[in-house]
Design a protein around this ligand. Structure first.
Ligand code: MG
Length: 313
């Protein structure tokens, strides 16, 4: 706050003296960015691109593309140095477990659990070196029924212990898409619907996201709610934030494309609830731009949207 205030003061003095253009509206706001948003454009002269990201108003990064000590094709410690040189802090990272022979593991089993823990141990050690506060799994394993959900939750709890032991105190983070709002039903739940002429139109069983909230340990596992994918899963992110204040600790702020253009997202309510819950960290995320413009142009427009939004502090 003090540093920002000083910088803002200096900028105003310079403007007054030279009559140069007004300071950027986001001078007092700063945002986090999930680097997936920039796709491969980020790697076309990485040091310069990272500086552009900083100039847009972003100060914190959530990584994507980690594998074997690299982010994308760049050595992770070199990536960290370039980010720091640009004035960006690496706060978080998205990683999906892979085991020998299965680069992107979806089918969890009891037998594979030790291998999954080996993955988390090595991955958490690397991310502790990067200085990450959060280590987050962004993709759902296959969950066809309640038993699978229970096993996945047990594995998340165990992974949290491994991650904490490597020095990342927040534990295990989970990021959703829309498939977590699919339902799984027990035989008993299905039987109750038998003979009901409206069965095909009714919601039967439990949403997987609710099972995850129920069966993971609150002292170990937290949730990074992607507000767009929650809406795509026909649920209300604000309601979830109200109900699960202690579990949803990070957000992905996202729209179908550039913020505010789809009309699908009530960002004002989302930010209001985010501040009420005391959530400190959120990351802007942008899917592939639909209109042929660059990802950088879209990410810049998202920052401008937040900078100009009166509800964003
Ligand atoms: Mg997301």
């Amino acid at each position: 706050m003090t540093a920002g205030g000083l910088l803002a003061g200096k900028a105003s003095a310079a403007v007054a003296a030279t009559g140069a253009e007004a300071p950027m509206p986001h001078a007092s706001k700063s945002f986090g960015l999930q680097i997936y948003s920039l796709q491969q454009e980020l790697y076309n002269d990485l040091p310069a691109r990272l500086k552009e990201v900083k100039a847009m108003g972003y100060e914190r990064l959530e990584l994507a593309g980690y594998g074997k000590g690299k982010i994308g094709k760049v050595d992770m410690m070199e990536f960290k140095k370039m980010a720091e040189d640009a004035g960006l802090k690496i706060v978080s990272s998205h990683v999906n477990p892979s085991v020998e022979g299965v680069p992107f593991l979806r089918d969890y089993t009891k037998e594979l659990t030790p291998k999954i823990m080996e993955y988390w141990k090595a991955t958490a050690a690397d991310h502790a070196k990067l200085g990450c506060k959060y280590l987050i799994q962004p993709m759902m394993p296959n969950i066809p029924d309640h038993d699978a959900a229970k096993l996945v939750c047990d594995i998340f709890n165990q992974a949290a212990d491994v991650i904490k032991a490597e020095g990342i105190a927040t534990g295990f983070g989970y990021h959703n898409h829309n498939m977590e709002f699919n339902r799984v039903a027990t035989e008993e739940q299905k039987a109750k619907m038998k003979g009901n002429p409206f069965a095909a139109f009714m919601k039967v069983g439990d949403q997987i996201y609710d099972l995850m909230l129920r069966d993971t340990d609150p002292s170990k596992v937290y949730f990074e709610m992607d507000v767009y994918w929650t809406v795509m899963g026909q649920n209300d992110p604000v309601e979830y934030m109200q109900k699960h204040k202690d579990r949803i600790k990070v957000l992905h702020i996202k729209d179908r494309a550039v913020f505010g253009q789809s009309g699908m997202m009530n960002f004002e309510m989302i930010f209001k609830q985010m501040y009420a819950n005391g959530i400190q960290d959120y990351f802007v995320e942008l899917e592939k731009m639909p209109d042929g413009r660059t990802q950088f142009a879209g990410v810049k427009d998202c920052a401008a949207y937040l900078a100009n939004a009166s509800f964003v502090k």
